[in-house]
Design a protein around this ligand. Structure first.
Ligand SMILES: [Zn+2]
Length: 160
């Protein structure tokens, strides 16, 4: 059992922030990380993706969604194979603090950071609503997709 809610995953990310979810809170869903493998994956993601980006911009960047327990993932209708459930992915929403834009962090990660998958999530051609990024211990694919709503359903297109 991992209890230290104030523990840090990396210099600028706490475990509490990585596990925070308004939906989980509202519905009384337990969204704590209990698997040590998930904790290790979360630390790796924060150290390899979040910290270099944070260091480059030098401003706070909001994580709008990190870990999702199975119950939370079902509640938010996430994909069953979502990397959020393995603590390998987070959603970044830089707009929350307004210091840098989501397009800026997307571009920076694309050019400078190793990742498994990155998704330009909705928005328009100049700004995504948020940026999804995943990182794996091995076999990072560097795949980039763009999520769009077409006739009410989400489609993932190759990013160009
Ligand atoms: Zn995501």
């Amino acid at each position: 059992m991992i209890k230290q809610n104030n523990m840090n995953l990396s210099d600028h990310v706490t475990l509490a922030e990585f596990c925070h979810s308004d939906t989980a809170k509202r519905r009384g869903i337990d969204n704590t990380i209990t698997d040590p493998n998930h904790l290790a994956a979360a630390k790796l993601l924060c150290e390899k993706v979040f910290e270099p980006m944070r260091l480059h911009f030098g401003v706070p960047i909001h994580i709008s969604s990190g870990y999702r327990s199975g119950a939370l993932n079902r509640a938010v209708k996430g994909s069953a194979s979502s990397q959020h459930c393995k603590a390998e992915a987070f959603d970044l929403d830089a707009d929350r603090y307004g210091k840098v834009t989501n397009a800026q962090i997307f571009e920076y990660i694309k050019e400078n950071i190793t990742f498994d998958q990155m998704i330009w999530e909705f928005g328009n051609d100049s700004q995504p609503d948020w940026v999804h990024v995943s990182y794996k211990a091995k076999g990072n694919r560097g795949q980039i997709l763009k999520a769009k709503k077409i006739n009410g359903s989400t489609v993932y297109l190759a990013f160009s």
